[in-house]
Design a protein around this ligand. Structure first.
Ligand code: 5FU
Length: 277
């Protein structure tokens, strides 16, 4: 049956990419489909939030390494230590968007050396299949996984219709490395041609734009609840930022922890009710 009606455990057994398999296994073990998006600008806040939410997440969306104003090499070392301590994977939401040769350099090198520590990263489909080839040349030998952006959560996003279909075709052609999508719905079979082999097609759907309280922000973000995202639309991982760490400059770690627990519960209940449908 359709992958979203199968358990994460069964899907873990079938996935061939090591990062996808590890993520699904962690989700089962920790009973969580929550990914916290840690979009703060100071290193100490960044690490304090991750230490607080670590027990409740399967994935830390380390986001946007280039947002940190006091970045240094210790950030990555401490992040990796927390990833072992709490057992979560690391997702760098880098949104690569250039030709294959350039993204290979950006992924492997520079100051950040993303491929060295991010189990999962993502890319826009706009350059075409060569972006996947470029990233795979670096990521596959390191057992990494790639997520393509098939649908964005922001108001007026251009990621619709044939664009989304082409993104799915690009993924279908490289299922060894492309493990799923940033999207708002399931993507299996989308844009498929008669000759395509859809056996065991199972893309992980990571969905940002998730909130239990707010409906959006002042800059076009749109929020849906875990029940809509996971139960109704069949997405697999909920990505939550400000719903968990708030919008103020000062971080209240106890409150962050409480919210992470709340979203973990909501996400897992939504998954369980999807399975019992
Ligand atoms: F690809 C996308 C998208 O379509 N929507 C997003 O919101 C990525 N995001 C990221 O998820 C965005 O860059 C933030 O890092 C995060 C959502 O944060 P929020 O505070 O929960 O709105």
């Amino acid at each position: 049956s359709s992958p979203h009606l199968c358990s994460y455990a069964d899907r873990a057994d079938k996935h061939k990419n090591p990062a996808a398999r590890a993520l699904l296994q962690l989700m089962v073990k920790k009973k969580t489909n929550l990914s916290v998006s840690v979009d703060v600008t100071r290193k100490n806040d960044f690490l304090a939030i991750i230490d607080a939410v670590g027990p409740y997440v399967c994935l830390i969306k380390k986001t946007h390494i280039d947002v940190l104003e006091d970045y240094d090499q210790t950030v990555v070392e401490e992040l990796q230590a927390l990833s072992k301590k709490h057992e979560f994977l690391i997702f760098e939401d880098r949104k690569f968007a250039d030709i294959g040769n350039t993204v290979a350099l950006q992924y492997s090198g520079g100051i950040y050396k993303i491929a060295n520590w991010a189990h999962i990263t993502n890319a826009h489909a706009v350059p075409g299949p060569s972006i996947v080839t470029g990233l795979a040349s670096v990521g596959l030998p390191l057992e990494r996984g790639l997520i393509l952006l098939a649908e964005m959560s922001s108001k007026g996003a251009l990621t619709t219709g044939t664009y989304t279909e082409e993104a799915v075709r690009m993924a279908r052609a490289r299922r060894d490395f492309v493990i799923g999508f940033i999207a708002q719905h399931r993507m299996e079979g989308i844009g498929a041609r008669e000759t395509d082999d859809l056996t065991d097609e199972d893309f992980l759907i990571l969905s940002p734009g998730v909130g239990l309280d707010a409906k959006g922000d002042a800059m076009g973000q749109q929020y849906r609840t875990p029940a809509v995202v996971v139960t109704e639309c069949g997405c697999d991982v909920i990505i939550v930022g400000r719903g968990i760490f708030g919008t103020g400059r000062d971080i209240d770690v106890k409150e962050v922890q409480k919210q992470a627990q709340r979203y973990q519960t909501a996400g897992w209940e939504a998954y369980e009710s999807r399975l019992s449908k």
